[in-house]
Design a protein around this ligand. Structure first.
Ligand SMILES: *Cc1c(COP(=O)(O)O)cnc(C)c1O
Length: 386
């Protein structure tokens, strides 16, 4: 029987170290390893290519994303470095189809970097029938986020993955918003699952990192090659911190979900709030899909306030526990203004087309006591309407 989420988080890649029996993996802070003779070594040559602390994190990520089938984790220095490595599977002349509500940095990479190398991206709402319309001869990848950032849209990963794979495309799912505790895209048919481990996985806003997890042997080989060839590896201390975060991942996710559910329910009764985007609400257009592919609905909420951008600014300024900052998924609550912060790099029309507005704020609900968070929100809502 599959073990529970908390047990798996605590025990992921927990192999006592050989020499001392150290329960947690030591930080192997080295750039190279001694060889007995030319090219005679213990499998460790140079730390860009191999590092035991990194391997422990990679194993843990694979165990979390794929508990029932063998898989491999491959870690990078940031989420964007992981995304860049995946994009390097493509060649000039290839085409990507991506959902239209995507992390701003991913859009910037696709449109301002990959485009210069002759790799073109089409963004789509991916509503039924859309895939046929945007498919091209040279399409190679379907790139999904679910829930999306910042609009918390839900894509039916299983359905889209099977349609894409029937055409021979590689299906990539950025699972940063859900974490493997809430959603496991490989089980839904994705080929590559990807994380900014900076967010929920690390969970303490003290480290930047990225990871992919893959089952397909050929893709594993190619991504491992790219990790070493392009070289955007995480340092051993960063890997240690990320693994330390993983120990409490399941526990934290439950609390993030508890708090976000409470807060959305209460927000839905407030006159100051005109729009609430949260996949856990029965009113969410794809709530049933979210319920079928996620264990729970996560800690991210986006809202619009009566009074638009001005109200949003007053709301953020009045909040005391929710800090105004980029990023998400840490123990502390954060508020973000996608229009001017995380998604500012996307051209305005593209933002509007995706459904983003200047009045939208995104909350990353932390693991504080929910009554304290709610008290903070109520006073800020009052301030926002004055
Ligand atoms: C933050 C984020 C990224 C980028 O990760 P970094 O670690 O900041 O490089 C990619 N995708 C999503 C959904 C994110 O939230």
């Amino acid at each position: 029987m599959e073990k529970g989420e908390s047990t798996r988080s605590v025990h992921a890649a927990m192999d006592p170290e050989q020499v001392t029996g150290s329960v947690q993996p030591p930080i192997f802070q080295t750039s190279t390893y001694v060889q007995e003779d030319f090219s005679v070594h213990k499998g460790y040559e140079y730390a860009r290519s191999q590092n035991p602390t990194r391997e422990a994190l990679e194993k843990a990520m694979a165990e979390l994303e794929s508990p029932n089938s063998p898989a491999t984790g491959i870690c990078f220095s940031s989420g964007m470095a992981a995304i860049t490595a995946v994009s390097q599977l493509l060649s000039s002349g290839d085409h990507i189809i991506a959902c239209d509500d995507l992390y701003g940095g991913t859009v910037r990479l696709f449109d301002q970097v990959l485009a210069r190398y002759g790799i073109e991206t089409t963004y789509s709402k991916l509503s039924p029938g859309d895939l046929e319309k945007v498919a091209q001869q040279n399409t190679k990848v379907l790139w999904l986020e679910s829930p999306t950032n910042p609009l918390l849209s839900i894509h039916d990963i299983k359905k889209l993955a099977s349609q894409a794979k029937a055409r021979g495309w590689i299906v990539v799912v950025d699972n940063t918003f859900a974490s493997p505790v809430l959603q496991r895209p490989l089980d839904l048919g994705a080929d590559i699952v990807l994380h900014s481990t900076t967010k929920y996985i690390g969970g303490h806003s003290d480290v930047v990192g990225g990871c992919v997890v893959i089952r397909d042997e050929q893709l594993i080989e190619r991504l491992k090659f790219l990790q070493n060839a392009a070289g955007a590896i995480p340092g051993p201390f960063d890997c240690f911190l990320t693994l330390r975060g993983i120990r409490t991942l399941a526990l934290r996710m439950e609390r993030h979900c508890d708090n976000a559910e409470q807060i959305t329910e209460r927000l839905s009764k407030r006159a100051e709030v005109t729009r609430i985007l949260y996949p856990g609400l029965a009113s969410h257009p794809n709530h049933h899909v979210a319920a079928s592919q996620m264990r729970r609905f996560g800690g991210m909420i986006s809202i619009e306030l009566e009074g638009g951008e001005m109200a949003a600014r007053k709301f953020a300024a009045a909040l005391k526990l929710f800090l105004t900052a980029e990023s998400l998924g840490g123990v502390e609550s954060l508020i973000n203004h996608p229009w001017t912060m995380t998604h500012a790099a996307i051209p305005e029309q593209q933002r509007r087309d995706a459904g983003m507005t200047p009045g939208l704020v995104r909350l990353s609900v932390g693991i504080e006591d929910v009554e304290d968070l709610w008290t903070d929100i109520v006073q800020a809502l009052q301030a926002s309407s004055q």
